[in-house]
Design a protein around this ligand. Structure first.
Ligand code: ADP
Ligand code: MG
Length: 716
């Protein structure tokens, strides 16, 4: 007994050497430096920093070193890991196996060609018409800036090479290609501004991203009893539990043992993959949690966020749980999002969104800040579109998530500063020193980290912007593509004007003033959850786009086409194909949900209610007989009437929904079908849910065919 205890304690205090395990499954720069000849390493480093293409001879050397390292670590296969438009990552494994030699011995090989380029048969990935099926070839190309890593699971150890995925003609079929293009665009334009302010040392500007990932954990056995969670990722039925999140006792609460041990394993797995998992805590809703890594270069952050989501699912399974990444797994309970923290900085380490020490730096900061304000105002519809998913429709606008209208929060201090500039009055802020810049005053102020508005979709938080509309399940690629490109566009305008100005300082001042004045309407510092805000937003003329279907047209407006084409981020054809795919994805999601509801209602819920009413009926008769008609059975009778009435309502709602679902294929794939789903099918789903949820509140719990909300979120 005593021994046993000591053993436990040793186990608890097992030392974790984080420094040793961090990046152990990544072919890091450090490992390349160790394993590659100096000249090869230099070439690779140069391409990582400044772009370009690896020569085949160099690629061969890198491939061999990479393979040797992978094989030493147990790898048998490699894969070009990519992010098609399905929303998840894709991989096709190839063994390092080659033809055996005469003696029958096989030597594991991996060539430079195999490293830098792959040709997966891509006909089953969505292309939105970009690639006819007869031209099924697509190719993957190594993104040398994102390090290769080892994935280890039941399949064995696989060397994963992060790649971009294009059609044979070079059209982007994935989420990475446009991201890399947009990073280039924002770098080029921001660098021009930086140069104008006298910085000659910087050679590029890097967009950095830190995504905070929210998720739910539920017990796996219970999860398996809910078809809706299995097929749709969210509950399609479910009455509220007696207790919700009103006590706010979960947020930042003590982490329970089961969850804690999940988090510990998750961290270890992520650290091994080089993901800087940093912060973890319980979120607002019961069973909801969050993980935030340290920010990094946008494309790596996107790759890592995919790994975070994948690892969460894998590790949850090992702990007998399922990780729900859906944006709204439970109605009436907080949904999950992803706060996309975004900033831009020079490769010399200057964060361009950080107020500086000197008036000159502050002028540069204000200029960048106002340019971002203008970009967000000019392209609200694209930002909204970048987070549009069928699942996020349930979250945006619910009273815990940002509304489906984009607005920006700047904080009191910055607001004051901008107001002063707008009105040409001295700024009377916390710090009163004013410094001259040119003819007018641009105030000095401190970084404002105190007041934070949690309800704003787009908040300035001291030295970065935090875009909070992204759904928890979504890739963060799309929103960063939009952020990078729309800011590049405004930065370009800034440079075009400043480069021509005869008085630079005056021109800077005028631009700041112009942007701050003209784009006031996007700035909103009040409560974004308040119903009055929607009215106010309407008054200001801000687009309110409640559903994904409303948001998609933004992608192909002339304005959007011009924007994306001018920075070579998307061609018109690519945009059109993406819009097409989005409509398809939406219709498919709704179709699956509706069919799941019908299945659950037909095979589980209605039979259960019939059983319940039968038992009630029998009990009424039994009691009546036993009591020789003298016992009051009105309570049972009322219940029976109520249940039967709701049963009838549910049944009729179900046949309506079934008829609508049958009609879906009659509508042409694309917008027509999506609109039909949104306007007809979704309301019919809601109409079915209503009586069913009411039934759940009265039917004997023992007879209800699936775990309740209470079982799912309070008993993990
Ligand atoms: P919160 O929003 O919960 O207060 P933090 O301020 O800790 O959280 O930051 C949240 C995320 O923002 C983290 O992933 C962090 O690394 C990231 N972050 C911090 N600074 C920057 C920056 N300059 N650019 C991009 N992301 C950043
Ligand atoms: Mg945050």
């Amino acid at each position: 007994m005593k021994n046993c205890k000591i053993k436990e304690e040793t186990k608890m205090s097992e030392v974790l050497n984080v420094e040793e395990i961090f990046g152990s499954k990544v072919f890091t720069l450090g490992k390349m430096r160790e394993r590659l000849p100096k000249s090869v390493y230099k070439e690779v480093k140069k391409i990582i920093d400044h772009g370009g293409e690896l020569s085949l001879a160099t690629a061969d050397v890198v491939a061999k070193a990479m393979k040797d390292w992978a094989v030493e670590n147990g790898a048998t296969h490699y894969t070009h890991w990519f992010q098609p438009l399905t929303g998840i990552t894709a991989e096709k494994h190839d063994a390092f196996v080659t033809h055996p030699d005469e003696s029958g011995k096989m030597i594991m090989e991996f060539s430079g060609k195999e490293l830098i380029k792959g040709e997966p048969d891509a006909s089953s990935f969505p292309s939105g018409g970009l690639r006819a099926t007869f031209e099924a070839r697509g190719y993957t190309a190594w993104d040398i800036t994102s390090p290769a890593f080892l994935k280890e699971d039941a399949t064995g150890v696989i060397l994963c090479i992060p790649t971009a995925f294009c059609s044979y003609k070079g059209e982007a079929l994935d989420k990475k290609t446009p991201l890399l293009r947009s990073m280039e665009a924002v770098s080029t334009q921001a660098l021009r501004i930086v140069r104008l302010f006298g910085n000659t040392g910087a050679t590029k500007v890097v967009a950095s991203v830190g995504p905070e990932q929210e998720y739910f954990l539920v017990d796996r056995d219970k999860y398996l009893k809910r078809e809706d969670l299995i097929f749709a990722g969210r509950t399609l039925f479910g009455a509220p539990a007696p207790k919700g999140q009103e006590l706010e006792d979960h947020y930042f609460g003590t982490i329970r043992e089961r969850i804690g041990s999940f988090m510990k394993d998750l961290n270890i797995e992520l650290w091994k993959l080089g993901v800087t998992a940093k912060t973890q805590h319980n979120e607002v809703a019961p069973a909801q949690h969050e993980l935030a890594p340290i920010y990094e270069t946008a494309n790596i952050a996107v790759d890592h966020n995919q790994l975070v989501m994948e690892t969460m699912k894998k590790v949850a399974g090992r702990h007998g749980m399922t990780c729900l990444l859906h944006e709204k797994p439970f109605a009436g309970v907080n949904g999950s999002g992803k706060h996309n923290n975004w900033s831009i900085s020079t490769d010399t380490g200057v964060n361009l969104l950080s107020p500086g020490e000197t008036p000159y730096e502050n002028a540069q900061f204000l200029l960048f800040l106002c340019a971002v304000i203008k970009a967000v105002d000019d392209y609200q519809d694209l930002l909204r579109l970048s987070v549009a998913t069928a699942g996020n429709d349930h979250r945006l606008g619910a009273n815990e998530a940002p509304p489906a209208v984009v607005s920006m929060f700047l904080g009191d201090e910055l607001n004051g500063v901008l107001e002063a500039i707008e009105k040409d009055i001295p700024y009377e802020g916390a710090e009163k020193t004013q410094m001259k810049l040119g003819v007018d005053v641009l105030p000095k102020f401190n970084r404002d980290t105190t007041d934070r508005n949690r309800t704003s979709p787009f908040a300035f938080t001291g030295n970065k912007f935090e875009f909070r509309m992204v759904g928890s399940r979504d890739s963060i690629s799309a929103c960063n593509v939009v952020l990078n490109t729309i800011t590049a566009e405004v930065f370009k305008e800034v440079c075009d004007r400043l480069e021509k100005a005869s008085d630079f300082e005056l021109a800077v001042h005028d631009l700041i003033k112009e942007y701050a004045t003209d784009h006031q309407k996007i700035v909103f510092n009040g409560n974004g959850y308040a119903p009055e805000w929607e009215k106010e937003a309407k008054r200001r003329g801000l687009p309110i786009l409640p559903s994904m279907v409303d948001a998609i047209p933004a992608l192909t407006t002339e304005k959007a086409v011009k924007l994306f084409e001018s920075f070579d981020v998307f061609s018109r054809a690519e945009l059109e194909s993406r819009a097409e795919i989005k409509y398809e994805i939406y219709s498919k999601a709704i179709n699956i949900e509706a069919k799941t509801m019908i299945d659950m209602a037909t095979k589980q819920i209605i039979p259960a209610v019939i059983r319940y009413t039968t038992v009630l009926g029998e009990s009424i008769n039994t009691v009546k007989t036993a009591g020789e008609g003298l016992i009051d059975v009105s309570v049972q009778l009322d219940l029976l009437k109520k249940a039967s009435k709701l049963l009838k309502a549910a049944n009729s709602a179900m046949s309506k929904l079934s008829k609508l679902v049958e009609k879906i294929p009659e509508y042409e794939e694309g917008r027509d079908r999506a609109v039909f789903c949104r306007e007809k099918v979704v309301p019919a789903m809601e109409a079915l849910r209503e009586p069913v949820d009411e039934l759940e509140m009265i039917v004997d719990k023992e007879m209800w065919p699936m775990p309740s909300y209470g079982d799912l979120v309070f008993e993990v």
